[in-house]
Design a protein around this ligand. Sequence first.
Ligand code: SF4
Ligand code: MG
Length: 331
Amino acid sequence: TKHFPVRARGRAALSRTPRVVHAVDDVTLTLRSGRVTALVGESGSGKSTVARLLAQLYPRTGGDIRLAGSSTEVKGGRAFKAYAKRVQMIFQDPFASLNPVHTVRHHLTRALRIHGKPADQQGLTELLGRVQLTPAELYLDKYPHELSGGQRQRVSIARALAADPEALLADEPVSMLDVSIRLGVLNLLRDLKERLDLAILYITHDIASARYFADETMVMYAGRMVEGGDSETVTQNPAHPYTQLLVDSAPNPERLGAIVEDDDEDSGEPPSLIDPPSGCRFHPRCPHAMAICKAKVPERIELTDAPGHWAACWLYADKAALGEGAVPEQA
Ligand code: SF4
Ligand code: MG
């Protein structure tokens, strides 16, 4: 869970109740070695916040992050360094994450040294080879602006791999790249997952790419997780009304890579997370909303169509147990 304080202005500043943004509430997910887990949602759903929490880039409001079963509490530089050796993050904009005044050699040398690895020619060549930038001599002395967007993202990935991490957190790693090269970068990540047995978190607003690339898919809406399961099931047989909306508005999978640029393609706006809707946060937009949906937060309900498939939606609860609340509200 992550809540951010809101700085009040004007009259609101006089109120005594501190206001918070409920960016992430009660999100639970598991990353596994050799698997890609997609976290899908529209912008503002909290998915980048989840990645930053997992990278320990800021403290969480509540909950726990376990790495190979052990709780992690990162306080101070040394603990962060030890954690970052095992869990690395790749950002959306490779241009912003590489320093324009330094060459590829400088970036990778520094990364290898930070993680106590020999930063010799062999180490550098091997690192660039892992991201298919060969021969290394062609790239080592280039500056970020001399590389294409795809090459820059490969350098960022190489830098992350310098740590020999167990997990890679990739926040929209291809959404700023040209459509024509997105698939190449996703295929590289998939190849790395297999060869290095990496656990990858793939954050995206494009559910079609999750189907193509991820083993498991989790869907977030307004700071909460609403559905999860294997990617095939979630994308082909979505259970939660929000996932259904996402799938319906996703581009044709034949055009995979033509990832939606516009986050507001569907009807309705995501709600304010300062004052989120009660109960199921999707209820103001949901065509199936019932009285109980406004009153109670839906729990994860295991679905029977595929192992591990679940949805947080009252539609799937045992109707008898719900009583009168489970009656569609009249349109
Ligand atoms: Fe719709 Fe209710 Fe399900 Fe929320 S819990 S998605 S409002 S049916
Ligand atoms: Mg984001």
